[in-house]
Design a protein around this ligand. Sequence first.
Ligand SMILES: Nc1ncnc2c1ncn2[C@@H]1O[C@H](COP(=O)(O)OP(=O)(O)OP(=O)(O)O)[C@@H](O)[C@H]1O
Length: 324
Amino acid sequence: MAGSEPDEATGSQPMPAIEVAHLRKTYAGTTAVADVSFDVAEGEIFGILGPNGAGKTTTVECVSGLRTPDGGRVRVLGLDPRLDREDVRQLLGVQLQESRLPARIRVREALELYASFYRAPADVGELLELWGLADKAEARFGKLSGGQRQRLAVALAMVGNPRVVVLDELTTGLDPQARRTAWDMVRKVRDAGVTVLLVTHFMEEAERLCDRLAVIDRGRVAALDTPAGLTGRGPAGAQRMRFRLSQPIDAADLLALPEVTAAERRGDHWEVTGDAEVIGAVTAHLARRQIIAGELRVAQTSLDDAFIALTSHARAGADGRQEA
Ligand SMILES: Nc1ncnc2c1ncn2[C@@H]1O[C@H](COP(=O)(O)OP(=O)(O)OP(=O)(O)O)[C@@H](O)[C@H]1O
């Protein structure tokens, strides 16, 4: 991420590819985005993760200039997506959640049509090759498989030779193999020097692809970090251990250990979560009391765990909606 290094001569930070500060957007009584802020450095793959209705799509639509914010500031390469609409359109490629292409349009035709909207478009023949669509160039959109449609959606997002692309739920509905191919595509986009803003529901996708993530919940940023930073405390990451005890113990006893962040009894097992040192600390503590931990299992906590912990109250409500 060379783009995020401070400029040595001036000591100033380079301009972020995307700046979002205190973004707010309300639809007729529903606050979709209450207060969202994040910066994306040039060359990053930045993920937006959150439960249904959290405000992810509204956020990226404001970045793309497709919606007008009610408040806050949005900049793409220093430009305002609403006021500098045409310049932003030339620099930013968008793959939207559902494709709006007519079923009868052919793949090459769609790419040529979109290419005609740009000042310096990519070569359509090269795009067809690059995105594995050369043998589908004359196929109609309605006849494409889910994976082929997604490849076309990315090719269309790239047709204007953008510096930033927005990919909204690129892999939803794809089988695991097509999803992996899509991940390779996203890496290819980044390797071409393009900054990627990616909305996803999939933790694994976020973990594998994103340099940093914003977890959005009920229209606000619940966390902003690297995937590793979100899943763990400290460089080795958080750990979860599960074991059965030879005699009863109080949760408070385990929670008193500084290495422990959570301790819960589930049936005849205990589940204890903590930092990288938690396993040694808990087993030593039990040993001092001559309590034996049997059937011990250890797992690194996942981004799933972090996501659930950060957004669990959203699931307790209806669907994360929030009234203005
Ligand atoms: N055009 C609209 N008119 C009215 N309400 C809307 C509109 N678009 C979105 N909303 C509401 O705003 C909230 C945020 O929606 P948004 O689509 O931004 O969330 P999301 O995080 O992308 O959700 P999902 O993961 O389900 O796509 C939701 O409560 C949604 O119902």
